[in-house]
Design a protein around this ligand. Structure first.
Ligand SMILES: C[S@@+](CC[C@H](N)C(=O)[O-])C[C@H]1O[C@@H](n2cnc3c(N)ncnc32)[C@H](O)[C@@H]1O
Length: 353
């Protein structure tokens, strides 16, 4: 399979994170005014919500920017033609991120189905590490009335945004089943959960084997017996290059916008990379460095060795299949022992307690 770099889409970090930052320990609750502002009737609805079937192809969804239930046109980040303020100044970077990077419906499809395959039952409790706007946690509680999610993130600003715009838009019964914790994933103490997620490569903020092993150990300790840890990973020769990739996103903003994935710096000696997301708009304005990522580019064997050292009994790579016609990934991720030397691959890693 072959794919463009921008398929290896990224997660949300507006600042350079410092592993080991002490926990602040707060659980975020919506205020009454937040709840009013975001009550389903008061809030501008996500356009076309629920109108389309879920995509089964996580990668195609990322690539095309299409997500379940969303239509191009006026949405949370949409613009008004009358407004003379440059689009870059008035659009919300979190909205743009969710439209261009995330495909939470297909991600949760994968988690839900894989857990059932492995354990013969449905997972109920899920912790979303590095949750950012908690979009994935919200998708989890929408799935079943028994589902419960805990989102963990260090950044109070992004959590507040997620509480207001995502948790606040859930139906009241579902809203009660999400809690957001402003804490460090290394030290957060949560009830044992069925599944922990670390998606969009967030765990790459840990730059040494010791730090990453420590994180994996803490995840293992947080899982209930039989619990499963899900993460994603990308790589291939393109991942080692200093390149920019642009992708037109047609939804969320009238006239669309351009998502730019910028692998700005890669250091082959330390393995560290500096990446950014920029957004470009049809009025010529730009939102540069809307998100910044200072990561180590980890390889699959390194990650799996550390998972084993952290005590996981098994880790499995779920490799993406290939569409015959295009040679592109088909969005179906299946357990694999061998991959191919694709220039830009993306996969899931599933680790069992
Ligand atoms: C990469 S993203 C999250 C994106 C989201 N998970 C997704 O799938 O798109 C990074 C998030 O991790 C948070 N973060 C970074 N270091 C952290 C830590 N040690 N503990 C908790 N959150 C952390 C940042 O505040 C940021 O919101």
């Amino acid at each position: 399979m072959s794919r463009t770099l921008s398929r290896a889409s990224v997660a949300d970090a507006v600042r350079v994170e410092i592993p080991g930052v002490p926990s602040r320990g707060a659980t975020l609750r919506l205020t009454a005014s937040d709840e009013r502002a975001n009550a389903p009737d008061a809030a501008p609805k996500r356009s076309g919500a629920g109108a389309k079937p879920k995509p089964v192809d996580k990668k195609a969804a990322k690539k095309t920017g299409k997500k379940a239930g969303k239509k191009a046109g006026k949405g949370r980040g949409s613009s008004s033609r009358k407004d003379a303020t440059p689009m870059a100044a008035r659009l919300d970077r979190h909205v743009l991120y969710e439209h261009s990077v995330q495909a939470v419906e297909s991600e949760i499809d994968f988690v839900d189905d894989t857990f059932k395959d492995l354990r013969g039952r449905r997972a109920r409790t899920l912790r979303e590490d590095f949750c950012g706007t908690a979009n994935t946690s919200c998708e989890w509680v929408r799935r079943r009335p028994t589902n419960v999610a805990i989102g963990v993130d260090l950044d109070a600003e992004v959590l507040a945004w997620g509480a207001r715009h995502n948790v606040g838009r859930l139906k009241p019964a579902a809203r009660k089943r999400v809690s957001l914790r402003e804490e460090n994933v290394l030290t957060v103490n949560t009830e044992p959960v069925d599944a922990v997620l670390a998606m969009n490569f967030s765990y790459w903020i840990f730059k040494t084997r010791d730090q990453l092993r420590e994180y994996f150990r803490s995840v293992r300790d947080s899982l209930a017996p039989g619990g499963v840890f899900f993460m994603d990973c990308y790589g291939g020769s393109e991942a080692h290059k200093e390149v920019r990739e642009k992708r037109k996103i047609e939804e969320g903003v009238r006239g669309g916008f351009t998502y730019v994935w910028d692998q700005s710096r890669y250091d082959p000696i330390s393995g560290e990379m500096q990446c950014y997301i920029h957004f470009h708009f049809s009025d010529g304005s730009k939102m540069n460095r809307a998100f910044s990522y200072n990561w180590r580019l980890w390889s699959l064997p390194e990650i799996r060795e550390l998972l084993a050292e952290a005590g996981f009994v098994r880790s499995t790579v779920y490799w993406e299949g290939t569409e015959e016609d295009t040679g592109e990934g088909d969005g179906e991720f299946v357990p694999a022992e061998r991959g191919d030397a694709d220039p830009a691959w993306i996969c899931y890693i599933v680790a069992e307690k």
